[in-house]
Design a protein around this ligand. Structure first.
Ligand code: MFK
Length: 548
């Protein structure tokens, strides 16, 4: 009888998660939530099967009808149509705005996202922007827009819920948006209309979008931009002076209908002041970057769940991979990355919850610094873990119809969109440049390490403390040279990210030991130290200039 390899399978993605059940017990303490997540843990397995069956379907743009009318209709994949219904029903956005769990509403919401997201083909993209739009509008003080749109964006009724896009990137760039060319003009009757090209609009099937444009006569630069809200379609479903030029042909996130758009007199509503649009859209950035961190972590979980199961099914050289010390060692290192990333991403979530409920000044400063740090650190981890996880499945990991390569292709977007690693490293410096921010990061690491009493956690606590102190000493000295500071910004931000991850994991490991959740998190903390925490070094910039 010829040999056929059994494919990897998923168990319940709540119960099998080495981090989530304890985190939920610790921070929500409500057994109903564990039951709810367990149901979703099975549902996500069912949708993993559907995802594999739906693998080849991609969004289709139809620009013309048979009679020559321009229609620009986008049809998304069958799984995406179902994802919209699931997202509303299970509150993937709504749960963050409900009162049942008070300040822990965001933890509840993102636990749901964490479990469901890996089976929903990056439907997280429109949801992240929808969440960001709701929060931006709530913070805008524009009561008319709040009353009209927030109930739709945060609804659990799929028939009523709207999603929102976020259109920032133009041909001039996605990082430096200050050069945006889209112009806003007011009609004689006061109606604003937008004219320009948006170069990378993800989830173009959304009902509305928040976007930046320069009101005519405003100065150049980002301060001359203003924030606008656009409803994409009129009552008959026609796009409102918007042409979809083409869909992007991307490495990953292929189910996401990312498009190039031309706006030619698109009616728009000014959200706040007719300037300072970049500042006005920053709540959106904080929310989508937090989503990015959670999606990085949930993607890692899915990759490791499959790789771990495969190791129990695959025999080579006379034994299962799960019995081979080198294979076990490799997976252990990835699990430690996952555990650290999980703690940092969910800490960012807690801070988002604190901000929603009137945070302290220290929490506000910590949130401002921690959001970019979490996004940049977890984005890179997600790619590295996905790459190793598919490698651990050998050639099967490289063959498209196993579904495994998509995990890596989809992970690769995480360090790119919503601010690249370098842009966020510079944003970290900017956040820490505001008075007292570095001190709160230092205090966060110290406070978490101080909680670790178990002797087995002494080394991880010491590694986190020493790395963060090294980073603080470096940045204090490097401030004297803008070139040195900028060249080392990524190593600095990564060191802060890894120190925070290790400190939070160490604290959580102590809680697990104290509360009957065992020593796995402690083992992850110890292993994380071996993966490396401190990345501070002053690579010679003269060498860099010769090399790059
Ligand atoms: C899985 C999840 C999926 C997520 C969905 C993704 C959909 C994909 C769609 C996209 O990818 S859209 C493109 C994403 N693009 C970006 O994320 C932009 C990246 N670039 C930056 O973040 C730049 O740093 C930035 C555009 C913000 C710099 O702009 P400027 O023009 O140099 O602004 P400036 O002067 O630095 O900041 C203006 C104000 O905003 C300042 O406040 P003040 O005027 O009071 O001083 C800043 O302090 C403030 N600010 C900037 N960044 C902030 C912020 N405030 C809070 N948080 C921030 N992150």
């Amino acid at each position: 009888m010829a040999f056929f390899q059994e494919p990897p399978r998923l168990g319940n993605q709540f119960d099998d998660d080495p981090m989530l059940p304890a985190w939920i017990a610790r921070h929500l303490g409500n057994p109903d939530v564990a039951d709810e997540l367990r149901v979703l843990g099975d549902l996500t397995v069912e949708y993993y099967g559907k995802q594999l069956a739906d693998r080849e379907n991609e969004p289709v743009l139809t620009q013309w009808d048979p009679w020559g009318n321009r229609i620009d209709r986008i049809d998304v994949s069958p799984l995406w149509r179902e994802a919209q219904i699931l997202a509303a029903k299970y509150g993937m956005v709504a749960a963050g705005y409900e009162r049942t769990h008070g300040a822990a509403a965001r933890t509840h919401q993102f636990a749901i996202v964490h479990v469901l997201n890996p089976s929903l083909d990056v439907y997280s993209c429109p949801l992240a922007m929808t969440d960001g739009a709701a929060r931006t509008l709530l913070g805008s003080g524009n009561q008319e827009l709040i009353d009209r749109y927030v109930p739709r964006l945060t609804s659990r009724d799929a028939g009523f819920m709207w999603t929102s896009g976020q259109w920032m990137t133009e041909r001039t760039g996605g990082s430096d948006v200050s050069q945006s060319e889209t112009v806003a003009r007011q009609d004689a009757d006061g109606q604003w209309r937008l004219y320009g090209t948006k170069w990378f609009t993800s989830a173009t099937t959304s009902e509305m979008a928040l976007t930046l444009a320069r009101p005519e006569g405003n100065p150049d630069g980002s301060r001359g931009l203003a924030l606008f809200l656009v409803e994409l379609r009129d009552a008959s479903g026609r796009l409102r002076n918007i042409a979809v030029n083409r869909l992007k042909d991307k490495l990953g996130t292929r189910k996401v209908p990312t498009a190039e758009l031309t706006l030619d007199g698109t009616p728009a509503t000014l959200v706040g002041a007719p300037s300072e649009g970049v500042r006005a859209i920053t709540p959106m950035l904080s929310v989508t970057r937090t989503w990015n961190s959670i999606c990085a972590v949930s993607g890692m979980r899915r990759a490791l769940a499959l790789a771990g199961d495969f190791a129990h099914r695959r025999k080579a050289f006379g034994a299962l991979l799960s019995e081979k010390p080198l294979h076990v060692d490799t997976l252990a290192s990835l699990e430690a990355e996952y555990a650290g990333a999980f703690c940092l991403a969910f800490k960012a979530v807690q801070l988002l919850g604190a901000l929603d409920h009137g945070a302290s000044d220290a929490d506000e400063r910590l949130a401002r610094a921690l959001v970019p740090i979490a996004k940049l650190t977890t984005g890179k981890q997600a790619v590295a873990v996905a790459s190793e996880a598919i490698e651990s499945c050998g050639g099967a990991g490289y063959v498209e119809d196993t579904g495994l390569p998509r995990i890596l292709a989809d992970a690769q977007v995480l360090p790119i969109w919503e601010g690249t690693t370098n842009v966020l490293s510079l944003d970290t410096l900017r956040a820490l440049g505001k008075g007292g921010a570095l001190e709160v990061v230092l205090a966060e690491v110290e406070g978490n390490c101080a909680a670790a009493r178990d002797p087995g956690l002494a080394k991880p606590a010491e590694a986190a403390r020493s790395a963060v102190k090294h980073a603080v000493a470096w940045v204090t000295e490097a401030m004297a040279s803008s070139e040195r500071l900028e060249a080392g910004a990524r190593r600095f931000a990564m060191t802060l990210g890894r120190s925070l991850e290790l400190a939070l994991l160490t604290n959580h490991a102590q809680w697990c030991l104290d509360n009957g959740f065992g020593g796995r998190a402690a083992a992850a903390a110890r292993r994380f130290v071996h993966n490396g925490v401190d990345q501070i070094s002053d690579a010679a910039y003269d060498d860099a200039k010769q090399l790059a």
